[in-house]
Design a protein around this ligand. Structure first.
Ligand code: ATP
Ligand code: MG
Length: 424
């Protein structure tokens, strides 16, 4: 057993998946396990399971040769030496194996790169010559930052220095892979460490330039913090609130519209600009459509300002504008933004707005066209108007009336109102 399984069990962390290494050739492994797949040229056989983890990856001990594309070895050679296999792995804490080798009486740890000591010291250290290892495979730049945040480990100084030296090779990593690592990074608790490392080593500028553009943009929220500092505080606050990946991404990206809109100390329109940039960024990283839309919606709406004097109708209009399913995450984003600005989470009376929203939602007042007591067909039939955009306009106006006063949502009242409007 190699990789994350051993590392995470020693750290008493939940193990996500088990990776197994063996001297057996892939064809042999595949013949031993029903339903297994051998589909890449690096010697990995995936074995499906009915119980978690849903699959186990079994990799034949190997040596890698030359990485001309800074991502994948040009070829691999299978070997029967576990130590050789561990030597081609990325970080010492990932190069520890548990098992029984041919000459062993019982299973034991194999640790030729002193990963156990680094696990104790809580250090991410490249196996071998760090600059060479990052240059071989630029994905390791992201993995180093991600493991550092996930595990709460520091990056060993020579490894960190090599990251700065090889940061430019990040351009060889596909957008999808950057997206996958980003999703893991935001789920670290707290996430900010990963982004700080990427920014400080220069990797961020190549991987996620929109985020990097926030560095050194002035921001007078927390003393000494620039916009980037505010961004990192906000994503940590979102994590602290137990936020899911959408909320954390929205928190990380909520102000990316600020650098391009900065003028005379203001950031006019940064919310809608930020939503656009976030959509473009997450699309580039091949995120699921639904997730992109939700994150963009949260960013587009993050600048609302609630006041005590809002009427019930104003609260209902707010819910309608944002959408029932998005109000809760939007309030969480505001709480995170508040904390990221050095304010209490409840600044701007978020808690009060939340309880008023919940009270409104309990009343089940109509908030969408579908919930009106009449539809377009009713208007066409009863008012004798042609199916046209006018029908849609009338329905919108009726919904406005009903949101102002939910008791008006009856067929008779709405038809009478629509008749009156269409007569004038
Ligand atoms: P997790 O599964 O929690 O993300 P992991 O360490 O198990 O962490 P995997 O991506 O599952 O990571 O990879 C399994 C092991 O394969 C790693 O622990 C490491 O030893 C090796 N490995 C994975 N990717 C690389 C890489 N790009 N370069 C070198 N070794 C790698
Ligand atoms: Mg793993």
């Amino acid at each position: 057993m190699v990789g994350g399984g051993g590392r995470d069990s020693l750290l008493r962390r939940r193990v996500g998946d088990w990776d197994v290494a063996t001297s057996a050739l892939p064809e042999t492994v595949a013949s031993l396990f029903a339903g297994s797949r051998y589909e890449n040229r690096f010697g990995t056989v995936t074995v499906p399971r009915a119980v978690p983890p849903q699959r186990v990856e079994i990799t034949t001990f190997r040596r890698d040769h030359q990485y001309a594309d800074h991502r994948r070895p040009d070829s691999v050679t299978f070997t029967d030496s576990l130590d050789e296999d561990l030597a081609r792995r990325d970080f010492t804490v990932n190069a520890i194996a548990w098992g029984r080798q041919a000459t062993d009486a019982s299973p034991r740890w194999s640790d030729p790169t002193d990963g156990l000591a680094d696990l104790d010291a809580r250090l991410i250290r490249a196996v071998g010559d760090p600059a060479k290892r990052f240059d071989e495979d630029a994905l390791r730049l992201l993995r180093a930052a991600r493991f550092s945040a996930q595990l709460g480990f520091a990056i060993e100084p020579a490894t960190l220095e090599a990251m700065s030296g090889t940061a430019g090779t990040i351009s060889y990593v596909s957008k999808e892979r950057i997206g996958m690592e980003l999703r893991k990074m935001v789920m670290a608790d707290p996430p900010s460490g990963a982004f700080r490392i990427l920014a400080d080593t220069g990797v961020l500028a190549g991987a996620l330039p929109e985020l990097d553009a926030q560095r050194d943009v002035p921001q007078d929220k927390v003393t000494g913090d620039d916009l980037w500092g505010h961004c990192l505080r906000t994503v940590d606050a979102a994590a602290d609130l137990g936020g899911d990946d959408k909320l954390r991404l929205a928190a990380l990206l909520h102000d990316i519209g600020k650098p391009p809109t900065f003028a005379d100390g203001h950031f006019i329109g940064h919310d809608s600009e930020g939503a656009k940039l976030a959509e473009a960024l997450l699309t580039r990283l091949a995120y699921p459509r639904r997730m992109i839309e939700d994150v963009a919606l949260l960013i587009a709406n993050h600048m609302f300002s609630y006041e005590h004097r809002w009427s019930g109708a104003a609260v209902r209009r707010f819910i309608r504008r944002v959408g029932r399913e998005h109000v809760q995450p939007l309030l969480q984003l505001r709480r995170a933004d508040n904390v990221g600005s050095g304010l209490p989470a409840n600044a701007g009376h978020v808690d009060e707005l939340e309880s008023r929203i919940n009270a409104e939602l309990k009343q089940n007042a109509p908030l969408t066209l579908r919930e009106l007591a009449v539809d377009g067909n009713d208007l066409v039939a009863e008012l004798g108007i042609a199916p046209s955009p006018q029908v849609g306009d009338l329905l919108e106006r009726l919904l406005g009336e009903v949101i102002a006063d939910p008791s008006r949502n009856t067929r008779e009242a709405l038809l009478a109102q629509a008749r009156e409007w269409s007569a004038t």
